[in-house]
Design a protein around this ligand. Structure first.
Ligand code: SF4
Length: 279
């Protein structure tokens, strides 16, 4: 049959060249042609994918296993804290799963110091060293805070009202890469520090840095607000810079001295306001 088709094509081509567009066909040839036209066309070779297909991400083959969905961490809301004493409160922190940070922490950093202290320092959250040791304000920022506390006539190791202090953070677990806490993380953790303040009932609170200022008092702008007396539930609050902020300027001597002087000014206001023990 293919010979007949070739012949008919050849004749048609010649007719076209002669300006003739019609080819008289016998009944038999017409029938053969119809059969040929109704035959399924051979499968065309797969053409090259269009330009956009090349740049599109590769499609998953039907047999490839779908990637496992990333499960959201299972969170557990905080238990009521109002009735908890110091030890129970710390136990609640250590088992806390109220925000996703429980998944990446090495240790919960509860805070520490003298539990009847008149003076409380509140920072932001644990850094790498605090997370490793499970202790609040260790590492270089911790050393700087220790020096400040000593210069004020206190001692973070002291267990008496005359020299003892209590130190805590807004956040009890370290955010990965020391990033700032997310709003949800800080809000989830806030009841812990609020209960710590309730238990301690300090005469004065020093807030270290903008994160502590934001979450305890709902205020932003540590640069403007530092050195000004604020208040938390009737307790005078002095916001000042975080020691880690000061450490950023260590190599720029003039700036370092200048920023440290501001912090020292704020701490002197605290010392002036703090009544002598037993007064
Ligand atoms: S950061 Fe606070 S709220 Fe989040 S898991 Fe740790 S203790 Fe719980």
């Amino acid at each position: 049959m293919s010979d007949l088709i070739s012949q008919l094509q050849h004749i048609l081509r010649r007719k076209c060249l002669l300006g003739q567009s019609r080819l008289p066909l016998s009944e038999q040839n017409r029938a053969l042609l119809q059969v040929r036209l109704l035959e399924p066309r051979p499968q065309a070779k797969e053409s090259a994918p269009p330009q956009t297909a090349r740049t599109a991400p590769p499609a998953l083959s039907a047999s490839a296993p779908a990637p496992a969905p990333v499960a959201a961490p299972a969170l557990r809301p905080l238990p009521p804290l109002q009735q908890l004493g110091w030890d129970e409160l710390e136990q609640a922190m250590r088992t806390c799963q109220a925000c996703a940070l429980y998944q990446t922490r090495q240790h919960v950093v509860c805070g520490g110091g003298f539990r009847q202290s008149r003076l409380m320092f509140i920072g932001e959250g644990p850094g790498a060293e605090e997370d490793r040791q499970g202790r609040v304000f260790v590492g270089r920022a911790g050393e700087m805070l220790n020096n400040m506390i000593k210069a004020m006539g206190f001692d973070r190791e002291a267990q008496n009202p005359e020299h003892g202090v209590y130190i805590a953070n807004i956040l009890k677990c370290r955010p990965p890469q020391n990033r700032n806490p997310l709003e949800g993380e800080a809000q989830a953790c806030l009841p812990f520090v609020q209960r710590q303040i309730e238990l301690l009932q300090p005469e004065l609170i020093v807030l270290l840095g903008g994160v502590a200022l934001k979450y305890l008092l709902g205020l932003t702008g540590i640069t403007k607000l530092r050195g000004n007396w604020l208040e938390y539930r009737g307790i005078p609050v002095m916001p000042t810079f975080h020691p880690a902020y000061l450490l950023r300027f260590e190599r720029q001597k003039n700036l370092f001295v200048n920023e440290k002087r501001k912090v020292w000014h704020d701490l002197q206001l605290v010392m002036q306001r703090l009544a002598p023990p037993g007064a």
